[in-house]
Ligand binder design. Structure first.
Ligand code: ADP
Ligand code: MG
Length: 321
C-alpha cells in the first residue's frame, strides 16, 4: 500500500518545466505564485462528489479532465488566464489504476492550458475531488456578471444542450444513433473550457458567465446582478446536429435548461458585433447572438413571431432535478 507521500509523488508531482508564474510548487507548506504586475488574482473552487456530480465508476481519465475543465471554465468566464491550481482529493482507497487514469486526464488538460498543479491535500474518504484554480486578469477588466446594460446583445458560445443530451443518453431517456450518442456523451464528459474566447472578449463583452446549470438559469444570474431583464429568441439558439435531430420542445428545453455545457454566455453593446466575431475567429470558437438585454426585469423567451414560449418550456423538463 502506498503511503500518502508516495502517492503524491508518484501521481501528482511531475518534472514539468517550471512555469514563470510559479516561484515555488508542490512540497512546501504553501506554493508561491507570481501574478504579473498590474494583474488581479482570480480565484475559484469547484467540488465534485461521487454519486452527486458524477456516476460511480466514471472513467477516471474523463473525471481528471472534467474536474479541471469546470474550474478553467470559471476563469474563462472572468476573462482570466490560468496561473495554477491546487487539488484536494478524498479517496476511499488507494487504487493505482484509478490514480494513473485520473492523473493522466488531469495533466493532459493542465498542460494544454499551461495551468500547473501547485499543491493540494490528500485524505481518505468518499471519493471527492476539489480544485481551487487561480488565474490573472488586468485590474478592472474582469468579465463580471453585473455589467450587462439594456440594449446589449446576448451571445452564447458553442451549442448548449449537448451535455444534457449526453446525460439523457446515459440515463436511457432517449436512444441516439451511434455518432450522435458518442458526440453528446463526450460533450458531457469532456467539456471544452473557453479560455481563449474569454481572453479575446476582454474589453469587448460587458458581462459574462459560464453555463454550468443551464443557459436560462445562468443568464438569470447576469440579469439579477446587473438589475436588468432579457428577451431570448428560441429560434436563434444554436443547436448541434445531434440536438437538432430531436423534437422541437426537447431541443429548446435542453438548450435552455440543460446543465454541464461550460459554454460562455456574455453580453456586449450592439456596436461590438464585429469585434465579437473577430474574437470568435481568433479563439476558433463558435458564437451566436441569441437575444437582447432589456430594462424590464425578468427573462422572456419568444418564438420568431415574438410570442412568449417560456411557460410551455419550463413545464416540459420532467428530468430536471
Ligand atoms: P501539509 O501537512 O502542510 O498540509 P501535506 O503533507 O498535506 O502538507 O502535503 C505535502 C505537500 O504535498 C504540500 O506541498 C501539498 O501542497 C502537496 N500535496 C498534497 N496532496 C496533494 C495533491 N493531491 N495534489 C498536489 N499536491 C498535493
Ligand atoms: Mg495537508
Amino acid at each position: 500500500m502506498l503511503s500518502e507521500f508516495e502517492l503524491i509523488s508518484r501521481y501528482f508531482i511531475r518534472q514539468a518545466p517550471a512555469a514563470p508564474s510559479v516561484a515555488l510548487g508542490i512540497g512546501d507548506d504553501c506554493a508561491l505564485l507570481v501574478p504579473a504586475p498590474g494583474m488581479q488574482l482570480a480565484v475559484s473552487s469547484d467540488m465534485l462528489v461521487e454519486g452527486r456530480h458524477f456516476f460511480p465508476g466514471t472513467d477516471p481519465v474523463l473525471l481528471g479532465h472534467k474536474c479541471l475543465a469546470t474550474n478553467l471554465s470559471d476563469l474563462a468566464a472572468m476573462g482570466a488566464s490560468p496561473l495554477g491550481f491546487t487539488l484536494a482529493l478524498a479517496l476511499p482507497a488507494v487504487d493505482e489504476t484509478w490514480l494513473a487514469g485520473f492523473s493522466h486526464g488531469l495533466f493532459s488538460l493542465a498542460d494544454q492550458f499551461h495551468c500547473p498543479l501547485v499543491g493540494g491535500d490528500t485524505t481518505r474518504g468518499p471519493l471527492t475531488i476539489s480544485i481551487t484554480i487561480m488565474g490573472q486578469v488586468p485590474a478592472g477588466s474582469a468579465l463580471r456578471r453585473d455589467g450587462a446594460q439594456p440594449g446589449d446583445d446576448i451571445w452564447v458560445s458553442g451549442t448548449p444542450g449537448d451535455a444534457r443530451l449526453g446525460l439523457a443518453s446515459y440515463r436511457d431517456e432517449l436512444v441516439l444513433p451511434d455518432a450522435f450518442r458518442h458526440y453528446a456523451r463526450n460533450r458531457m464528459d469532456a467539456p471544452t473550457p473557453r479560455i481563449a474566447l474569454g481572453l479575446a472578449l476582454r474589453g469587448i463583452a460587458r458581462s459574462a458567465i459560464d453555463i454550468s446549470d443551464g443557459l436560462a438559469g445562468d443568464l438569470g444570474h447576469i440579469l439579477t446582478a446587473s438589475g436588468t431583464g432579457a428577451t431570448l429568441q428560441a429560434t436563434m439558439l444554436p443547436r448541434s446536429p445531434a440536438l437538432a435531430a430531436q423534437a422541437d420542445t426537447l431541443q429548446y428545453n435542453f438548450a435552455l435548461s440543460g446543465g454541464d455545457d461550460y459554454e460562455l454566455c456574455f453580453t456586449a453593446a450592439p456596436d461590438q458585433q464585429e469585434a465579437i466575431l473577430a474574437a470568435a475567429l481568433a479563439s476558433q470558437t463558435q458564437v451566436t447572438r441569441i437575444g437582447t438585454i432589456d430594462a424590464t426585469t425578468g427573462l422572456r423567451i419568444v418564438d420568431a413571431q415574438g410570442n412568449l414560449l417560456a411557460p410551455a418550456l419550463s413545464s416540459f423538463d420532467h428530468f430536471k432535478s
